[in-house]
Design a protein around this ligand. Structure first.
Ligand code: SF4
Length: 174
């Protein structure tokens, strides 16, 4: 198997987080330019944003937010270096698997802007019913914009396909 990248020891940096909770970002420098794998990530992952100019792609991998730049990858948020190493390893495994399968994937070269939570909120039912597990529709919209939740988690929205379609377009960066 041709490995795209190898796992190196990450460093730990403070990440923006809730007060009283230790949280960090694990960062790993790479010798290899990560740009070639980004369109494949953009084709299959839960992408939050993709700036093709810089380039940088931000996506969800499980509960982590991963950012790829040409010479580094970072994973947030982790509580300590032990989990940081595990999260980096999981990302490296994901990228190597993607690279291995690249001939079966149609790469997506299109930029995506991170959707604005309030833009999503406009199309939600605005009943604050909490069926999604969030305390309000705005809280749900915020998590949707960060790809922490799926649009299917709002059950009342499933009855309004037009509104759901608008939200899916926003998430897709259209
Ligand atoms: S389930 Fe939908 S309508 Fe209810 S609070 Fe969540 S986002 Fe709002």
């Amino acid at each position: 198997m041709e490995e795209f990248i190898t796992c190196e020891e990450p460093t730990l940096e403070s990440a923006a987080c809730h007060i009283g909770k230790a949280c960090y970002k694990a960062r790993m420098k790479t010798v290899k330019d990560l740009s070639p794998v980004m369109p494949y990530v953009n084709a299959v992952a839960k992408v939050i944003s993709f700036d093709t100019e810089e380039p940088v792609i931000i996506f969800r991998l499980g509960s982590y937010k991963v950012a790829l730049r040409p010479g580094e990858l970072s994973v947030a948020t982790v509580p300590d270096l032990i989990e940081g190493r595990e999260a980096i390893l999981a990302t490296v495994v994901f990228l190597n698997d993607l690279w291995e399968r690249r001939e079966t994937i149609t790469p997506n070269q299109r930029s995506r802007k991170r959707p604005q939570a309030f833009g999503i909120y406009k199309f939600l039912p605005k009943t604050n019913c909490a069926l999604c597990g969030e305390s309000s529709c705005l809280a749900f919209a915020t998590k949707l914009a960060l790809a922490e939740l799926d649009v299917e988690s709002c059950l009342p929205l499933q009855a309004d396909q037009a509104a759901k379609g608008h939200i899916l377009q926003l998430i897709a960066g259209e």
